[in-house]
Write a protein that binds this ligand. Structure first.
Ligand code: ATP
Ligand code: MG
Length: 391
């Protein structure tokens, strides 16, 4: 009996007009993630089918992180006539241990002579007759045998695994993720990808105040995120001169406000250059002084570019839960300094005033510094399959 992986599409089935675009992109994303395996992928409007001689569990594991998939089913592909289905069902259930069961047939090929409900009874009866000590429970069965009768073959499901949901990465266009080494921004990136946004990242470093370990930690985070989105581009911006100028020319309590205004200005320029349509970051309302609504208002004032903050309204514990689930948490908590933390004033302003921020930052020629930083961006492509970083 041939095993086959069936992929059921996620939310995309509701988007009638874009359906082909969704399916084609999902197909490309899957093909890309499985390129080192020997697989045959066939797609139609309702399902995708993957056949392989390689390790099915490994492939299912990779598929379970690909957005746009509602569920993954490992099924046996058998001839779609009554006798073949019967024989194969017995072969399959023989090896499974259960006390109660239910059969659910879906007959999409109406030429098949027995209606679904009736066929449930036929197969249910067959199992009761051949397998000792089992009974039918239609409400809460221990084992659910699903049979899908299609025009080419019949598929007998063994197990159904929940997919990652969301939309295929890339379908929504590109976004630029402001990625620090912290807990929040990788989670923000994950959530953005889940909605179909292909991400690129931007990281601000301030050598020698920030170390190579801090940068490698960010690379490691990008590598972890590339599980969901292959080949992520990381734009590294040297922020040292700007940060030193802020330190020199602006009052301590406004440093963070002004620093973040500079980050937004640079992010907008890089986003335009890289053709990203939105900026994404890990800000969460009220978490720190720069994330009060007042601060966000003054900081965001430098740009008209759309900014998405996927974790804005989540509690820290909720963010941590996701970061553990996506395996970024352990990397995020490594104790390397961030450029935000090294110049951190004791009492950053909680309710900054826009006019003051503008006056202070006009104490130095930030536009030239910003242009230099943007022109000297270091662009790194990080592909999970190819690289490992020492941290
Ligand atoms: P995180 O846990 O993501 O570091 P945080 O709670 O430490 O967030 P901040 O340091 O105020 O909060 O940063 C808020 C957001 O600004 C981050 O989530 C990230 O999107 C962006 N950001 C902060 N520092 C950097 C940096 N060095 N490079 C790129 N983006 C940054
Ligand atoms: Mg941070």
């Amino acid at each position: 009996m041939d095993k086959i992986i069936l992929i059921k599409y996620g939310e995309l089935t509701t988007k009638k007009n874009n359906r082909n675009l969704f399916i084609n992109l999902l197909y490309e994303n899957i093909k890309n993630k499985l390129k080192k395996y020997n697989v045959k992928i066939v797609k139609n409007r309702v399902r995708m089918f993957i056949e392989t001689d390689d390790n099915i569990d490994e492939i299912v594991n990779i598929l379970s992180n690909i957005f746009g998939i509602h569920s993954i089913v490992v099924a046996y592909k058998v001839d779609n006539n009554i006798d073949s289905i019967k024989t194969n069902v017995l072969d399959i259930v023989k090896n499974i241990s259960f006390k109660t069961f239910k059969v659910e047939t879906k007959r999409s090929d109406k030429r098949f002579p027995i209606p679904s409900m009736e066929f449930n009874n036929v197969i249910g009866g067959l199992i009761l007759k051949n397998i000792p000590n089992v009974s039918v429970d239609v409400h809460n069965p221990e084992y659910e045998l699903k049979i899908e009768i299609r025009e080419d073959y019949a598929y007998i499901y063994t197990k159904e695994i929940k997919g990652a949901g969301g939309y295929p990465v890339g379908v929504a266009g590109k976004g630029l993720l402001m990625l620090s080494g912290g807990i929040d921004s990788p989670v923000a990136g994950y959530l953005a990808m889940k909605r179909g946004i292909k991400i690129e990242c931007i990281y601000f470093e301030s050598p020698p105040h920030t170390s190579i370990q801090a940068k490698n930690k960010v690379k490691k985070l990008v590598e972890k995120l590339s599980k969901y989105n292959s080949n992520i581009v990381l734009n590294v911006i040297n922020f040292t001169e700007i940060q030193e100028a802020i330190y020199k020319y602006c009052p301590k309590e406004y440093m963070i406000t002004i620093m973040r205004r500079m980050m937004y200005r640079i992010s907008e320029q890089v986003a335009r250059k890289r053709k990203a349509l939105v900026i994404i970051n890990g800000e969460s309302v009220g978490q720190v002084a720069s994330q009060t609504l007042n601060s966000m208002n003054v900081i965001n004032n430098v740009t008209n570019y759309p900014v998405i903050r996927p974790v804005a309204c989540l509690d820290k514990l909720e963010i941590i839960d996701i970061s553990k689930k996506i395996d970024t948490y352990e990397t995020s908590i490594l104790p390397y300094e961030d450029c935000c933390t090294i110049f951190l004033p004791k009492h950053p302003v909680i309710n900054p005033i826009l006019e003051r921020a503008i006056n202070y930052e006009n104490n130095f020629d930030y536009e030239t510094l910003i242009n230099t930083a943007v022109n000297n961006v270091e662009t790194i492509v990080i592909d999970k399959e190819n690289k490992k970083f020492d941290i």
